[in-house]
Design a protein around this ligand. Structure first.
Ligand code: ASP
Ligand code: MG
Length: 410
């Protein structure tokens, strides 16, 4: 018997009617001869409301108690989904992360899955003919404290279960009908992709495409889980996230993305001596700030260099908080934070096999009169930092430059 994991995001279980719709879909999959495991997120904006409540109580909520609180959202939706399935006449049981033995590390708020130790329990219930509903986003640490996997983490629960249970597919039901060549709210011609490989999806996710939790794609890649992102409102096929195939390299660029929530940090006058960068970035990392796009610029032969890097806008306050320390303790002359930047990127495994990709992008941006402030590349990505006000235009320009609106051959 085949096994399918179906994951329903918060917008797909927002109210009773949608929970019934999800229940019908699960029953349909079971009736066509599959074991079915359903993973659900909290209903609608429940998690946001719980976070908000915590901050009404205190501006520094304890991290353990925050997880205890947030995990309740998914506990509500698994029970209601199980009831809906039972109401429609099919057997079902709901289980929390703890009840399936989903063990994580103890990093509250951003825990990582280590193992699922009570899979036997899930399998037994499936053998009994039940649809098993599992709470997404949550687990327990070695000391049985409730942990959560980071916002959007239900995707990761679903893919981890699909991997552990060797599911034939992990269906991710959401409010969009698949993965697009770019955000269709910004690029009207954006096109739904039939398939995309894990590496491309991972890059797009970290570059601003908000389709799935990055960690879930990593897991999918490591365990070769076929992921099908699709709409919970229709029956049409969505986008398959799969292992890279040879013909995928025929397409130079698969998609484009825009990250608007960036800020650039400029360290002017960094001491020109061994260890200066190590000291600064060590201190930044110790504050949990993720940095990207680091560039060192030497303006004159014997002037001290400038180092630029980007951070997420959400880390700006933390970064400002340590600016004085960087100046006083590390001998940097001045720290400046520029909040008006954005990053536009194009991604495709085909870049490995094609040349001229970067120049095509730069020429298109020139023709659109967009100034490029920094460029970074990796094997399958080219990114340009631009003024935030130019971000959307830059994304549309990149999309058109690679004719992403045309159906791909691959
Ligand atoms: N409910 C959690 C959140 O809103 C997890 C999820 O939706 O995947 O982030
Ligand atoms: Mg989600």
């Amino acid at each position: 018997m085949g096994l399918t994991v179906q994951k329903f995001g918060g917008t797909s279980v927002r109210d009773a009617e949608l929970i019934h719709r999800a229940a019908r879909r699960a029953i349909r999959a079971a009736s066509s001869g599959n074991h079915v495991v359903v993973v659900v997120s909290a209903m609608g904006d429940t998690t946001d409301r719980l976070v908000d409540l915590a901050y009404q109580i205190t501006d520094r909520p304890n991290r353990r108690e925050m997880d205890q609180l947030l995990a309740t959202g998914e506990q509500v939706s698994i029970a209601l989904t199980a009831m809906a399935i039972q109401h429609l006449g099919h057997d079902a049981i709901s289980l929390t992360g703890g009840q399936i033995g989903l063990r994580t590390d103890d990093f509250h708020g951003r825990a990582r899955i280590r193992e699922i130790v009570e899979l036997g329990r899930v399998l037994r219930r499936l053998e009994e003919g039940k649809i098993v509903i599992v709470a997404g986003f949550q687990g327990v640490d070695p000391d049985f404290n409730v942990t959560t996997l980071g916002r959007g983490g239900s995707d990761t629960t679903a893919v981890a279960l699909a991997a552990a249970l060797k599911a034939s597919v992990c269906e991710v039901y959401t409010d969009v009908d698949g993965v697009y060549t770019a955000d269709p709210r910004i690029v009207a011609e954006a096109r739904k992709l039939e398939s995309i490989c894990y590496d491309e999806m991972l890059e797009l996710a970290s570059l601003g495409a908000q389709v799935m939790h990055s960690r879930s794609i990593e897991l999918g890649k490591n365990y070769d889980v076929r992921i099908h992102v699709r709409s919970s409102l229709t029956d049409s096929e969505g986008t398959y996230i799969v292992k890279e195939t040879a013909d995928m390299q025929q397409v130079v660029v698969r998609g484009a993305a825009l990250r608007k929530n960036l800020a650039r940090v400029v360290l002017e006058g960094v001491p020109d001596a061994p260890g200066a960068a190590a000291q600064v970035f060590g201190a930044v990392a110790a504050r949990g700030i993720l940095v990207d796009d680091i560039v060192q610029v030497v303006t004159a032969p014997d002037a001290p260099p400038t180092i630029n890097f980007t951070i997420d806008s959400s880390d700006v306050a933390e970064m400002r908080g340590m600016a004085d320390q960087i100046v006083a303790e590390m001998g940097v002359r001045h720290v400046r934070i520029d909040e008006d930047v954005a990053k536009v990127s194009v991604v495709g495994v085909g870049m490995r096999a094609h040349s001229g990709v970067a120049s095509r992008l730069f020429q298109a941006l020139r023709d659109a009169d967009v100034n490029i402030e920094n460029i970074s590349t990796s094997e399958i990505v080219i990114s340009c930092i631009v003024r935030r006000a130019d971000g959307e235009k830059a994304l549309r320009t990149a999309h058109a430059a690679f004719e992403l609106q045309q159906p791909t051959q691959g």
